[in-house]
Design a protein around this ligand. Structure first.
Ligand SMILES: [Zn+2]
Ligand SMILES: [Zn+2]
Ligand SMILES: [Zn+2]
Length: 457
């Protein structure tokens, strides 16, 4: 695959779409531009072996070691390719797993065959994501086949942080191990068939700190998977790389210029959190303390929590309720709550306040679901500035947010504004997603359409 130069100026959009739509990976092995190394304080890591510019595709993992659709996306996405589809076909055996078509089902069968029997026998109980994933790991290990996702680092190499776990966490894992054995009992009665040294408890611990959330083009969670080689990447709250998914396929891309010998980093967590919250999550889930520049200087904490403290707390405390309403698709109720938070608070919060931003996001989402395009655009536009503050430079979440605004402008017939907005999204997305990504293809189609609409005005 050729690397792309994100700084190539485009003279005419039209010609770019034509040249890039339909371009596929040519299947050539990429010359690797990074290497494994042992860092002083973070253990194993990856570092650059040449100067890298933003927008380079560094590594691709076609198939995870093991993966599963997320519980909240089950029934909405294909369990094989993780693409969203209105009509999915049910597995005729377990009547549980769902696929796009016969092809996806055929491709998944090797992976699904044994769990299919477990589903049938444990019906109507449904395993949690981690139980299902560890079940798939157990089947995979019993096959004893090598997996390209282990090219740089294998499943057995993965850290589990077992020694650092709290009693409470350990107890939780022990419960999961019992549930797993019940779930698998139809297929596996004797765990001694597993490779020597295997420990179910440790599998759960490995999953907890090594699994990747697989998201779709809109950055919505669709699955969870293990990509052992990519577990070598260490965390930074100001990362120089990003992982993007296309179905279950993982792409590692640069989002900053990287010097020779500089470590490659990604963010393990949501970055729209103040330092103390980020530290807490990293400690709990990954058992380490981040000492990056942003953590040392508490960078942007003041902006994130700007405004009245009591209102901030009130808005923050409403988030679980919002999540619940969102899961139930109660858009009217969400919008009513958001409107009262956004408009009627006695002490208004600035839009840079991260909880205010979340309310604007919920409000936009609710409006889109209720086809209230004007109001959706209002909320989405208000979040553009704050997003550029927290996701400055190249970041997929910001690109998706900008594209959303552009889509709404296009929908409302505001074509000149839409064109400007979509071009901004394009400039970020060719770095974060690359030209071959399906979301980029959607964006280019939308841009082409906006240009055509302007000509006919
Ligand atoms: Zn599919
Ligand atoms: Zn089945
Ligand atoms: Zn940090």
């Amino acid at each position: 695959m050729t690397s792309e130069n994100p700084f190539t100026q485009f003279s005419s959009f039209g010609s770019i779409w034509a040249a890039t739509v339909g371009r596929k990976c040519c299947g050539m092995a990429m010359a690797r531009r990074f290497e494994k190394f042992q860092s002083v304080d973070k253990g194993n890591g990856l570092r650059a072996t040449s100067v890298l510019v933003p927008g380079e595709l560094l590594y691709v993992v076609e198939e995870p070691f093991a993966y599963t659709v997320s519980k909240k996306s089950r029934g909405a996405v294909c369990e094989r390719c993780l693409r969203r589809k209105d009509h999915l076909l049910r597995c005729s055996q377990c009547k549980f797993a769902k696929y796009c078509d016969a092809r996806c089902q055929r491709e998944a069968w090797g992976d699904h065959k044994r769990e299919c029997k477990c589903f049938k026998s444990s019906h109507p109980r449904v395993p949690t994501d981690s139980v299902r994933l560890v079940g798939k790991i157990v089947f995979k290990l019993l096959k004893q086949s090598s997996c390209p996702s282990e090219e740089l680092y294998s499943f057995s190499d993965l850290q589990s942080n077992m020694k650092e776990l709290s009693e409470e966490m350990r107890g939780g894992l022990e419960n999961l191990a019992v549930v797993l054995q019940l779930y698998l009992k139809e297929e596996i009665q004797d765990f001694s068939q597993l490779p020597p040294g295997s420990n179910i408890l440790e599998f759960f611990a490995k999953v907890a700190c090594n699994s990747f959330t697989i998201s779709d083009g809109e950055m919505q969670e669709v699955g969870v998977g293990l990509y052992p080689s990519m577990s070598l990447l260490n965390h930074s709250c100001d990362p120089n790389c990003e992982i993007i998914f296309e179905g279950q396929r993982l792409l590692l891309r640069t989002i900053k210029e990287i010097q020779i010998s500089e470590e490659l980093t990604i963010s393990y967590i949501d970055l729209m959190m103040p330092t103390a919250d980020r530290q807490l999550q990293l400690k709990r889930q990954y058992c380490f303390e981040c000492s990056c520049y942003r953590c040392r200087t508490q960078d942007k904490d003041a902006d994130m929590l700007a405004g009245d403290e009591i209102t901030t707390k009130e808005v923050k405390d409403s988030i679980p309720k919002m999540e619940e309403l969102q899961a139930q698709q109660k858009w009217d109720q969400i919008l009513a709550l958001c409107r009262s938070f956004i408009n009627n608070n006695i002490s208004h919060l600035p839009d840079t306040n991260i909880y205010q931003m979340k309310m604007l996001d919920y409000a936009m989402d609710a409006c889109i679901n209720l086809s209230l395009w004007d109001e959706a655009l209002l909320y989405a536009s208000r979040n553009l500035e704050p997003y550029s503050l927290y996701y400055s430079g190249f970041h997929s979440l910001r690109a998706v947010q900008i594209m959303q605004v552009g889509k709404l402008q296009h929908l409302l017939g505001k074509f000149p504004e839409a064109l400007e907005t979509l071009k901004q999204a394009f400039n970020i997305m060719r770095v974060t997603h690359g030209r071959d990504h399906s979301l980029m293809q959607d964006l280019m189609e939308l841009l082409g359409d906006t240009e055509a609409s302007m000509k006919t005005l």
